[in-house]
Design a protein around this ligand. Structure first.
Ligand SMILES: C[S@@+](CC[C@H](N)C(=O)[O-])C[C@H]1O[C@@H](n2cnc3c(N)ncnc32)[C@H](O)[C@@H]1O
Length: 194
């Protein structure tokens, strides 16, 4: 939990070791996060998850693996990005298989909205990346439209072999059901002020 909900957290308050920070919003059972933290001891990983059972599970697995570069924050994703993380403090932000809220009357609950993109852009360091994956074609198109309207990210190619990127629990489950995931890899310009 944050030391104070009403001010932005300094990067050094989250991890004492000064390394690039990656954030996984809605980390679930944490397979992706644990895989990343193990593979990249030179980076710090913060999972954000609202369900306590899942938070505990990931923390237990991180402890067992002696991963001191991984922490999980039990908090709401949007609040974390819009109000808690400091400007320019995040090198990569991952949003993997979020709830697509398929019904039209629930679309306003989708995380990807203009205010959210604005906040993501602000917390990323110059050259930092926002990575998004979904199995839901309509949510993917929605995200593409919102990103185009926002207009301040550069869209990059994201072939599977581009870099180490473990599959998430939901990705494994959905691919086993024959579903196809689509991804967006978006970069904040190097020249952007934070
Ligand atoms: C569909 S699961 C995907 C989990 C993981 N990213 C994966 O791909 O395996 C969505 C996760 O996000 C969490 N979640 C949903 N909305 C959230 C929110 N607003 N803030 C924090 N966590 C949230 C859920 O509890 C769940 O664990």
């Amino acid at each position: 939990m944050p030391a104070d909900y009403f001010r932005r957290a300094e990067k050094s308050e989250i991890f004492t070791k000064d390394q690039p920070l990656e954030v996984d919003l809605g980390c679930g059972d944490g397979s992706f996060l644990l895989g990343m933290a193990e593979h990249h001891p030179e980076r710090n990983f913060l999972g954000v998850e609202r369900l306590l059972g899942r938070v505990k599970k990931v923390c237990k697995r991180a402890k067992r693996g002696q991963l001191d570069n991984l922490k999980v924050l039990r908090l709401e994703s949007r609040y974390t990005v819009e109000w808690l993380l400091g400007p320019g403090s995040v090198s990569r932000l991952h949003l993997l298989c979020p709830d697509p809220w398929p019904k039209a009357r629930h679309h306003r609950r989708r995380l990807i909205q203009q205010e959210f993109l604005e906040a993501v852009h602000e917390v990323l360091e110059p050259g930092g990346e926002f990575l998004f994956k979904t199995d839901h074609d309509e949510y993917f198109e929605w995200a593409e439209e919102k990103v185009a309207d926002f207009g301040r990210f550069e869209s990059l190619e994201w072939p599977e072999e581009a870099f180490f990127y473990p599959k998430t629990d939901f990705q494994i489950q959905w691919e086993a059901e024959g579903k196809r995931l689509q991804g967006l890899r978006l970069r904040k310009s190097q020249a952007s002020p934070t």
